[in-house]
Structures are given as C-alpha cells and as structure tokens.
Design a protein. Structure first.
Length: 662
C-alpha cells in the first residue's frame, strides 16, 4: 500500500526540512489525484510556476512560503502581492541554503509597512537578485461551513454512526481535479481512525472512516463517515482546510502553485511583531488641496477625493483644519465622505491661516496642505480658469500609429488644475482622446493611422472651467508594419461538444494586438472559430462534434496581420476530441463483495457507461437517465477491488476514480 502524504496547514510552513519532505513527495506528483468532481474548469489567466521552485499561499494567515529555489540560495528575494495590478504587499529577505523563505510566520520575515489581506485571485510574485522570477495566483476555494451529523445507531460493526460535512465554494480559477479537503487533528490517532489527517479525495481510505464528496457549479461537499460518535466528535474538533493547486503537473519536477485556506484560522492580521493588516491603515492624503479666502471671516478649501490602501476601511469623511498662529490652536470642521469642499467661518479678518485637509476612515491621513490664506472681509473674486497649456510636444510612440504627448503644466490662476484632456483631431473630428491626472506621465494615444497628420490639443481641467491649448500639428511616421509574435497555448480541456483553450499572450510588433482568433478544424467538415479582444487569455469553442478530433490553431491579430500560429506548451495538445463529461464516486464493501458506484454524464440520449477495475475486468454497465444520473450496484461481485477504477462512456470520454473500501 502506497503511503499517502497529507499536506496539512499545520505541517506546511514549519521547518525547511518539512518543506523538503513536501517537495519531495507532493510536488513530485506523489499525491496527484483525480477528483470525482465533474468537468475540469479553466484556470483563468494562469501563470504556472516553471519550477523547480514552488509558491505556497496561506490565504487566511496572509502568509507566503517559497521552497525549492536552491539555485537562488543566498540571494535576496522580493515577494509581492498584487490585486488588479495594484501592489498591496511586499517583503524582502535572503533565501536560505535549501531554497526556502517564508513571510508572516515564525522564523520568517514580516511584510513591509502593511500585512496584505490575501484573497483569491491575488497575484503573488517572487523576484530574485539574479533577475529570475516566478509567480502564482491565489485560489478562491474556501470552506464555508463544517457540520456534525447524527446517524441512526446500528448493532453492526462498520456502519457509519456519525459524520462530518465540510462544505465550501470555489471560483472559475480553481481546477476541481486539483483540489483537496482535509481535516487535521493529532488526537484522531488514538481512535479507530488512526490517522492525524483525513482527506478527500483519497487514493485509499484506511480502515476507520469513510469519505465521499462532490464538486460542481462552484460548490463542494466532503463527507466523512465514522463508526462511532466519539470518533466523529474528535474529527469535528480538528482543523479543516481546502487546498488547490494552480497548474497541471508536467514531469517529475513540475511545481504547482498551492493555495491553502484554513477554516478555523483567524483571517489576518500580521503575525506577532509584524505590521498590522489593512484594517489598521489610514487613508492616503487628499489630492489637489487648494484653500482661498471666502469672504467675511471665512476660508474655503477644495480637494480631490482620497483613496485607501487595498482592504483598508472606506473613507468616512474629511476634516478641514486652519491653524490660528496667534493663539496656537487649530480650528476645524468635518464633512462627509462625498464632500470635495468645506468652508471655515468665524475667523479673524486680516489674519493669515495655514490650511490643510485630512481624510478620515477611523484614522486620519497625513495632512495635505492647501497653503496659507489671508482672511478678509472683502468678497473674493470669482475663481478664474487655468491658463492655457504651453510647450506641447509630440513624439512617435513605440507602436506604429501611436503618439506620446507632453506639455508644460498650466498656471492655476487661483484654481487648482484637476487634470488634462489630450485629443488627437483629424480636421474637426476627435479621433482619439484620453484624460489624465494633474501629475501624470505623458500619455500615449493609440489607434491612430500611420502617416496621417493630426492636430493635438491639450486642455487643462478645473472646477472653474477648462482651457484648451492651440492645436499642434504632427504627422505620424509610417514604418513597415510588423505582426505580433506567436502566442503560447498552455492548457487545452475537452468538454461536451466544446473545448476550452488558454494561452499566454503574444508580444506586439510595432502595431497593437487587437485580439486573438482560435480555430478548431476537423479532418472533414466545417471549422469552428472563437475570437477575443486583446486582453483575452482564454476562449471556449462551442458547437463541436463529440468523438471528432479537431486540430487547433491560435493567432494574435493586429493591423499588420496575424501572428504565426501559436506554439503548444508541454501538456497542452494541439488537437482536441470533445467527449462526454463524467463524474463518479465508487465504494467497495468487502464483507458483501458489493460495488456501489454512482455518477453523472453530460450526454443523456442513448448513452451507457461501463465500470472496469484496474485489470480491465468489468464491474457492470449502467444506462444514463434523462437527468444525466447513473448507478451501478453489483453485490457478490467476482470483480476484484482495485484502488482505482475507470468509467467509460459509450458517447466517448472516460474518468479514473479512487475507490473507498469498507
């Protein structure tokens, strides 16, 4: 019997020697199991780690551990967490001589400034001093409830008299065939269970408990059965977790990208002595603060809305503060979260007041200065719009048909500039426009026609009005157009009359990529095509014929033409044969030599399934019902039990299933 290596939350991030154990067993494919869940879902925007290292993400602990990077031992590693392109956490330390480093755990390094609240779909990257890097995407699988269930007591041994149900959810990013639910409690060793950790799915289920489960439509359930209520209670007192792997294994050294979510673990914040989590973070300061006299004994300040760090509490309001330098005290007023202006009254005419604004979210941001204001009884003039932008310059962008526009900032004229609008005009028509903030880097306008002349106009924006510059004429260069490089297909998954293909993007030539075209071509018959925009990283081909092989072709498109056909990475076949999609659970009761096998099929008309053991011996057939369900019951069977069986559909498609034995 092959010993099953359990990956437990308690074990995962202990000592480097334990990490070696995990890498040597788990990451070498020792526990790569086929779930009985139906259908493999696409990993969205996956970035499978190339190995030989692995990134392990503990979502609730806000912890990251990297291991197996022996080639980078002794180097500084920078670990970053990003969400939607925004950096929300960063840590740096030296990789030890085993290639191991962990963040936010005893013996590891702390996150800098703030401990990020790691969530599903966050991107974790590691960059080494030698320029190499790796990355993984946090999985969304979480356990949402764990319940004890009483069962009717029976006098027979080996009957389930108590069970524990662990239920949860997962998103499209999770491949359910690479997900595992586990309960850990060392006290189970002294019971009939005899195991400190019990998991689903399992290659083999040791005597002392049963395990079943299902995963479909974003929800999963793992059911553990016990032969006494005491054993059930001991398991229920344990710590359940769900682990999901990001990439399919490719070869012995394939690394997976692992996310673990522990049900009983408190979500954040930083480990002892490490920075607080986002809930303790103050807002960023307001922008473009401008204070001015507002008439008899008053001043007014305006600002642009402040932002908050990722997962920090939302803005609750703002405070306008004026410093009375004569009395050495501050005068202030608070306004709501939507406000972008406020007025202070009852000030002394003829006295100067330094003014500042802070943003509030339970804490106060750093103050943003609005300058000094001389309060007067005079009624202030209406604010003037900014002066026109000067020094407008245009350069060809790196892509054909693009232009980078720069300028000298406009004079405010007593009114803060809130941003700029940049336009490329063809005659009286605005061909392309963009708006940027007051301190933004020069923008690049794309989708223009190479060799054409445009008038470029930059407009300063403010609350008092907008002021446009004169048009600056510029003719774009017209170089020879270059098509994109070939994209790279990383994943192909067959479905019922469909196929899902995922890829890594192409590199643009000197024209922007406008999209991707995916084509499936049979040996005879019509091809099927799917298209995406330039941001596409995956597509589904529908309307395919089950049992028919289709050759796949993917190209990136641009104004310069199509790229070469995509390459297909290891483990991503360049052809696909749609087939019936199966799910199944299998149990063998040795005392009665009884097989109990149930499941579902996606094709219901005229379809049968057949179960065979690992030697090829037939256990039995079943007809698929109208709702897709099927059942095989074989008592006093002469077909021997094997750790795994194969379910084959007459409509095409097969599934290997782990067998639980009682």
């Amino acid at each position: 019997m092959r010993k099953r290596l359990h990956i437990t939350p308690a074990d995962q991030a202990r000592a480097p020697e334990l990490q070696k154990k995990i890498r040597g067993g788990l990451l070498a494919g020792g526990t790569a199991v086929a779930l009985v869940a139906g259908g493999t879902t696409m990993v969205v925007a996956a970035n499978p780690p190339p190995g030989p290292g692995n990134i392990e993400i503990f979502a609730k602990r806000d912890m990251v551990a990297i291991g197996g990077y022996a080639a980078q031992a002794g180097q500084e590693a920078t670990i970053k967490v990003s969400r939607g392109g925004e950096l929300i956490g960063i840590a740096r330390d030296i990789v030890d001589d085993t290639g191991f480093l962990e963040v936010n755990h005893p013996g590891g390094v702390c996150w800098d400034v703030v401990t990020p609240n790691i969530q599903g779909k966050d991107e974790v990257t590691v960059e080494f001093a030698d320029g190499s890097s790796d990355g993984a995407v946090a999985g969304t699988a979480v356990i949402t409830s764990v319940e004890e269930v009483n069962m009717p007591a029976t006098p027979e041994e080996g009957d389930v008299e108590g069970q524990v149900d662990a239920k949860g959810t997962y998103g499209e990013d999770v491949d359910t065939s690479r997900m595992e639910v586990e309960i850990v409690n060392p006290d189970m060793r002294g019971t009939g269970i005899g195991e400190r950790a019990i998991g689903w799915p399992a290659d083999e289920v040791p005597a002392g408990y049963t395990v079943e489960g299902s995963a479909d439509n974003g929800e999963f359930t793992a059911t553990y059965g016990f032969f006494s209520e005491a054993e059930r209670d001991t398991a229920f007192a344990g710590d359940p977790s769900v682990a999901s792997w990001q990439a399919e294994p490719v070869g012995v050294e394939a690394q997976l990208g692992l996310t673990i979510s522990e049900y009983k673990e408190i979500d954040g914040p930083g480990f002892g002595g490490c920075p607080a989590g986002p809930a303790g973070q103050a807002p960023n300061e307001p922008g473009n603060v401008f204070a001015s006299a507002a008439g008899d004994g008053s001043l007014t300040a305006t600002w642009t809305a402040a932002t908050v760090p990722a997962d920090a509490p939302a803005i609750t309001g703002y405070q306008l503060i004026a410093e009375d330098t004569e009395l050495g005290q501050e005068i202030s007023i608070k306004v709501g979260a939507e406000a972008t202006s406020a007025t202070l009254r009852a000030l002394v005419n003829g006295q100067a007041y330094p003014a500042k604004v802070v943003a509030l979210n339970g804490q106060a941001s750093a103050p943003a200065s609005g300058g000094g204001v001389m309060v007067s009884a005079d009624t202030p003039d209406e604010p003037a719009a900014p002066a026109a932008v000067t020094g407008v310059e245009i350069q060809d962008g790196t892509l054909a048909g693009s232009a980078t526009v720069s300028w000298t900032p406009a004079a405010a004229n007593g009114t803060p500039v809130t941003g700029y609008r940049v336009e490329a005009r063809s005659g009286d028509t605005v061909a392309v426009s963009a708006e940027v903030g007051p301190g933004a880097t020069p923008p690049t306008l794309d989708s223009l026609t190479p060799g054409s002349e445009y008038g470029f106009v930059v407009t300063a924006l403010s609350a008092a009005g907008d002021t446009a510059s004169s048009a600056t004429a510029y003719t774009l260069a017209a170089p020879d157009l270059q098509a994109p490089s070939a994209p790279s297909v990383v994943r192909v998954v067959a479905g019922k009359g469909s196929a899902t293909v995922e890829w890594q993007p192409a590199t643009a030539g000197n024209t922007p990529i406008t999209g991707y075209t995916l084509t499936a071509t049979p040996q005879a018959g019509e091809a099927v095509t799917a298209t995406t925009d330039a941001a596409g990283r995956g597509a589904v081909l529908n309307g395919l014929t089950n049992g028919t092989a289709y050759a796949l072709k993917l190209v990136a498109t641009s104004a310069a033409g199509d790229s070469p056909a995509a390459t297909f990475g290891t483990g991503a076949a360049s052809s696909v044969t749609p087939a019936d999609q199966l799910t199944a659970t299998a149990e063998f009761r040795s005392d009665k030599r009884e097989w109990r096998i149930t499941g579902s099929a996606s094709i219901t008309t005229g379809n049968t399934v057949t179960a065979r053991n690992a030697t090829g011996a037939t256990i039995g057939p079943a007809t698929v019902a109208a709702d897709g369900s099927w059942t095989i019951r074989a008592r006093n069977s002469n077909t021997a039990a094997t750790p795994r069986i194969t379910i084959t559909s007459s409509a095409g498609g097969s599934l290997q299933v782990a067998v639980s034995t009682r």
